[in-house]
Each structure stands twice: as structure tokens, then as C-alpha cells.
Ligand binder design. Structure first.
Ligand code: ZN
Length: 155
């Protein structure tokens, strides 16, 4: 169990997929699932491959470097814990490791995360966010077992 902005974050012991993701993040490694059948990487954690439906997968460490594919500025706090954070950006990051195929095959590897400053507890300012800007992963440690992957602007 970790704490984030006063919220208790709990991952069920039986949820091996999300638990593994946050535990790897605590080691400051960004991992995604790699399909054991077709070898494609996927950004949305799930039990089966969205490309070939295989249930076989393993963790694959990625660089954490990519670009802002899209973003949204959150202006209404969805929870009181975020009241003093608005407005803040949430970004859809397209990682460098797997882009769409040459023939339009939609396989790009995208993750949703907060965009933060050099301090992972502080949101990046709205005027600094733009589609296409380079970003890199950083980690906000929550406790001894969990960290949240976040992204920050890079060169
Ligand atoms: Zn697959």
C-alpha cells in the first residue's frame, strides 16, 4: 500500500500484473508487457495480448523515452486530493520502442501519466506542454514496494 497526495493506493495481492508494474517502478525500471506469441509490446496492462489474444507474456524493460502524442489539461479536480494541483497536464506518451508499422499497422506503445517538473511531486506548467515534445520517465516513490511512473520534459 502506498500513499499519493493523501490517497491510499492498494494493489490486491492477486493482481500480479499491476503489482509487478509498480514493484518494477520502485526499482526505477519502466516495464511493459511483451507478448510471448507475437512479441509485440503493449502499454495498457491486461491479461491477454490485444494483437493476437495470447495469454503468454513477460515484463520487458523500456527506455522510458518518447514524445507527447496527446495531452489534456485537467481543470476540475476529480478528487479533493487534487484540488491544489489544478490545472495540471495528463499526457499520452508514445514510447520510442514500438511505433506504428510502415503499412499503418497500429501498434504504437502509449502510456498515460502525469507530466511533472524535475520534482516528480510538482505538475508541469500548462504553457510548457505541447504535442510532439520529448519526454522521459521519472519515478515518484510511494513506499518500500511501489512507485508511480511519471514523465517530464527532456531535450
Ligand atoms: Zn500477441
Amino acid at each position: 500500500m502506498g500513499e499519493y497526495r493523501g490517497l491510499q493506493l492498494v494493489v490486491a495481492p492477486t493482481d500480479s500484473e499491476h503489482r509487478g508494474y509498480f514493484e518494477q517502478a520502485r526499482q526505477h525500471r519502466l516495464v511493459v508487457q511483451r507478448c510471448g506469441a507475437c512479441s509485440k509490446l503493449r502499454g495498457a496492462i491486461g491479461a491477454a495480448c490485444p494483437f493476437c489474444a495470447s495469454p503468454d507474456w513477460s515484463w520487458h524493460e523500456v527506455s522510458g523515452r518518447g514524445v507527447i502524442y496527446s495531452y489534456q489539461i485537467v481543470t476540475q479536480a476529480v478528487h479533493p486530493a487534487f484540488a491544489d494541483w489544478i490545472p495540471y497536464p495528463v499526457v499520452l506518451v508514445e514510447l520510442d520502442e514500438q511505433r506504428d508499422g510502415a503499412e499503418g499497422e497500429a501498434v504504437s506503445l502509449r502510456l498515460i501519466a502525469n507530466l511533472v517538473t524535475s520534482d516528480p511531486a510538482i505538475a508541469e506548467a500548462e504553457e510548457n506542454v505541447a504535442i510532439g515534445k520529448r519526454v522521459e520517465v521519472c519515478f515518484l516513490d510511494l513506499d518500500e514496494t511501489m512507485a508511480l511512473p511519471q514523465f517530464r520534459l527532456s531535450e
